[in-house]
Design a binder for this molecule. Structure first.
Ligand SMILES: [Zn+2]
Ligand SMILES: [Zn+2]
Ligand SMILES: [Zn+2]
Length: 160
């Protein structure tokens, strides 16, 4: 059984199949990325520590680095934001990133093959990927007067 069934496999089996030494911080880190697509390293650290209070930050950061090297996870780095990790690798999907809260959402690519965009002039490069990030405000952040705004009627305010 190769690759395709990774979703349902135990973290331990996935790590072992990738030739990584199985440790409890690594298992916990892998499960955290599976549970939280686009988690930052700090998100993962928090999740690991909920399980293993003594896990060192370095062990978790190293684990993520090793996962990326082993192509178990994909690391994306939206400009100005910490890197995010996800298990959805091997397809050519893109990301929507909220400028305000940093929410990252997957969007499918309309093309089957990478790269889905080609430069007018490739300057002799053999282009194999186009990394596309759509920037904007997520639904929550662009909603008029969301949760924290003074939108409640009867609270006087700017009534004109
Ligand atoms: Zn947002
Ligand atoms: Zn993604
Ligand atoms: Zn695309």
């Amino acid at each position: 059984m190769a690759g395709s069934a990774v979703e349902g496999q135990e973290a331990e089996a996935v790590l072992r199949a990738s030739g990584l030494r199985v440790t409890r911080p690594r298992e916990a880190a892998y499960r955290a990325v599976r549970a939280m697509p686009h988690a930052s390293a700090d998100d993962v650290l928090q999740a690991v520590r909920a399980e293993l209070p003594n896990a060192s930050a370095q062990s978790v950061y190293n684990a993520l680095h090793d996962f990326a090297d082993a192509h178990l996870v994909r690391r994306i780095v939206p400009a100005g934001h910490p890197g995010r990790y996800e298990l959805r690798i091997g397809d050519n999907h893109h990301h929507l990133v909220c400028r305000a809260c940093g929410l990252v959402t997957d969007v499918d690519c309309v093309a089957d093959d990478a790269p889905c965009l080609h430069p007018d002039d490739d300057h002799g490069f053999r282009v194999d990927a186009a990394e596309i990030t759509f920037w904007g405000l997520c639904a929550d952040c662009s909603a008029p007067a969301g949760g924290q705004g003074p939108a409640a009627p009867g609270r006087s305010g700017a009534g004109r």
